[in-house]
Design a protein around this ligand. Structure first.
Ligand code: BGC
Length: 246
């Protein structure tokens, strides 16, 4: 099946048509700035511009940076609060004219890594952590997703992990790789104590810089960078949304 995968992020909204059996992009991805403030109407209009760019008339699979249940967006940590409680699937369908399914962005990236990337054929407990503006998580057991895990909001010493260990935190505080690496390692240790994953896959833009912080990661679990880098969010949105979404 061909689905237009769209990844709604804090800074950019990216899309490309995807062949869902292979995970291959059928055309080069197209990226637009996330409007600010990122309220539903301007974001949906930006999604429409991507639809229009590809002359798309088929299904849309969307990854959203918050909890999504049955098409309804329930949290919005790094996007405008007006999304909370909105039936985003219906809303985006109304604006774009395309049948729309929507899931959490980290779940989308995780599904892509499990199907075609670093988690392919991996059994046991796999945790995917996406490191960007937010800290996203996706949890799998024997390849099955437990949707909407929100472990980036876990508090460590009274502070949300996302606030101190995301890529936004690294940039905001101008942290060295060593300093940030130690913080992120502390986060992974906390996750390890709670979930004991066999494999941890690190995704998001920062996964390209994996070698910079790998020396500071000391958890017992196997830790690997995501394989699909920038494309995971788009591919996973296309592949996963219509399976797991509304
Ligand atoms: C949100 C998650 C999202 C992550 C990455 C967090 O702030 O709560 O739902 O997956 O950011 O975008």
């Amino acid at each position: 099946m061909e689905v237009l995968g769209i990844d709604i992020g804090g800074s950019g909204i990216k899309g490309a048509p995807v062949e869902t059996d292979t995970g291959n992009l059928l055309a080069a991805r197209y990226r637009l700035q996330t409007p600010s403030p990122a309220k539903p109407q301007p974001v949906a209009e930006t999604v429409f511009k991507i639809v229009d760019h590809f002359n798309w008339e088929g299904h849309l699979g969307i990854g959203f940076p918050g909890v999504v249940r049955k098409g309804v967006t329930l949290t919005a940590a790094n996007i405008h609060n007006d999304w909370v409680g909105l039936n985003a699937a219906k809303f985006i369908k109304k604006v774009t004219g395309c049948k729309t399914c929507i899931i959490n962005d980290a779940d989308a990236a995780g599904l892509a890594e499990m199907a075609f990337g670093a988690g392919k054929d991996r059994q046991g407990v796999v945790m995917v952590v996406t490191i960007g503006t937010g800290l996203g998580s996706a949890l799998f057991t024997n390849g099955q997703l437990l949707p909407n895990s929100e472990f980036g909001h876990l508090e460590i010493d009274g502070v949300e992990a996302e606030w101190i260990a995301s890529d936004a935190a690294r940039k905001r505080e101008k942290l060295s790789w060593k300093k940030w690496g130690h913080r992120f390692d502390q986060y992974l240790h906390t996750m390890e104590k709670l979930l004991w994953p066999d494999l941890i896959i690190l995704g998001g833009g920062i996964s390209k810089k994996y070698e910079e912080f790998l020396p500071y990661i000391t958890v017992q679990a196997e830790v690997v960078p995501a394989k699909m880098l920038n494309e995971a969010g788009i591919v996973g949105a296309a592949v996963g949304a219509c399976k797991y979404g509304n």
